[in-house]
Design a protein around this ligand. Structure first.
Ligand SMILES: *Cc1c(COP(=O)(O)O)cnc(C)c1O
Length: 394
């Protein structure tokens, strides 16, 4: 009896010790996800091997149909990556050297490289410090006779202010290309991310909310002629076979990727719901912790934020990041160097200090684990570890 009475507290002590020693919260756990869909994915991959059609074909067409239906888009066109989707979108709009494209510098590299690759010039607008997206109040002043398009990014999975952007674009006769690489399934006042502008661009990089088993991308369009141009440009500008009216690129979606993506698309909404639930739980846990040093993400109530990233703003970001990594918690900075401060874009002539909110966000943001399979225990550990850090440095 005495043994039992002693062993119970001992058990709790040891299990807490074990938990603290070995608690590991990766930034993203794709193995946990794969464990839930292994049989479906392997059957789909096996089917492609049995048919031996690896480039385009029925599997890709089926995925394009299903993606168009999911996104509520008239056309969905697969391609080799999200980066290519952005490049092809600007090619289809005939963006040329000397043209200007309005966008932000607080994004992944590919949004800007698509512009500069065509000899056009990115015109950077500062971001809104709440949602990290383009500050729509600053767009109109940046429009010149050379402006051709606006390229908003729906960063972290929350839509930019599309009503304002579309209204400005309409008034100035500009095209809108949405970088929806992080926003598949996100909604803006009832509309789906990637279907509001002329072209929407998506990425299936493995870590995206809908991730393939390698690279992949997709473009959406409402206009039939524009969709046809995108279809031709992704196959070397070839139509019909071996006849070329325009110079396109080789950017096809693999049948293997399409097969995997078809399986995962069926689970996407459930995974997204998991992320949304986890984000709400973080909000509660952070509110309970009462940390003045941490600002949880701002969520527009009339939008569906799909939490590709759960990104906090905080003081002492780099120290906190090191502390979290040491405690077995994955976290990452998206993005530490804004694009106007990248060495390869020095020729654009931007200087430090020109985009104050962008530069401030790059110093303060930190993305925490948010994937659907994350447990409440893991989330508590993340918030407790952050609270512990600020207690020691206060
Ligand atoms: C991932 C991403 C891209 C590029 O997609 P890839 O498929 O990796 O080429 C472009 N823009 C944003 C905002 C992204 O997050």
């Amino acid at each position: 009896m005495r043994h039992l009475a002693l062993s119970i507290p001992l058990y709790f002590l040891l299990s807490t010790f074990y938990f603290l020693l070995f608690m590991n919260v990766p930034l993203l756990d794709l193995i946990a996800q794969h464990n839930t869909i292994r049989d479906e994915v392997m059957a789909a991959v096996n089917g492609v091997f049995e048919r031996q059609q690896f480039i385009m074909g029925a599997e890709v067409e089926a995925f394009e149909r299903e993606a168009a239906e999911y996104l509520n888009a008239r056309h969905a066109i697969g391609c080799a990556s999200g980066s290519d989707a952005l490049l092809l979108a600007l090619m289809a709009l005939d963006i040329k050297p000397g043209d200007e494209v309005i966008t932000t510098a607080y994004t992944f590299f590919a949004t800007t490289s698509a512009i500069t690759r065509l000899g056009a010039k990115p015109i950077y607008i500062d971001i809104d410090p709440d949602d990290f997206n383009i500050d729509t109040r600053l767009i109109e002043a940046a429009i010149t006779p050379r402006t051709r398009a606006i390229m908003p990014i729906h960063l972290y999975g929350q839509c930019a202010g599309m009503d304002e952007i579309l209204e400005i674009a309409r008034r100035h006769n500009l095209a809108v290309v949405e970088d929806a690489a992080q926003a598949i399934g996100a909604q803006y006042r009832g509309r789906r991310a990637g279907t509001m502008g002329e072209i929407g661009c998506f990425s299936f990089f493995p870590s995206k909310n809908l991730g393939g088993a390698g690279d992949g991308g997709l473009m959406t369009a409402e206009d039939d002629a524009l969709a046809e141009r995108l279809r031709i440009l992704r196959v070397h500008g070839m139509e019909p076979k071996y006849y070329h009216q325009v110079v396109g690129i080789n950017s096809r979606l693999d049948a293997l990727q399409a097969a995997v993506l078809r399986v995962k698309l069926r689970h996407l909404d459930q995974w997204t719901e998991g992320r949304i639930v986890n984000a709400a739980r973080y909000q509660t846990l952070f509110a309970e912790a009462g940390l003045a040093e941490v600002k949880p993400p701002f969520v527009h109530t009339d939008c569906r934020h799909i939490f590709h990233q759960y990104t906090i703003r905080c003081s002492r970001r780099d120290e906190l990041r090191a502390h979290l990594l040491k405690s077995g918690i994955g976290c990452e900075v998206y993005y530490p160097v804004p694009l106007h401060m990248q060495e390869c874009f020095e020729f654009l002539g931007y200087r430090k200090g020109e985009l104050p909110e962008t530069e401030k966000a790059a110093l303060e943001c930190l993305s925490l684990p948010i994937y659907a399979e994350l447990t409440e225990q893991q989330q508590r550990y993340v918030v407790d570890t952050i609270a512990g850090f600020f207690r020691t440095v206060r």
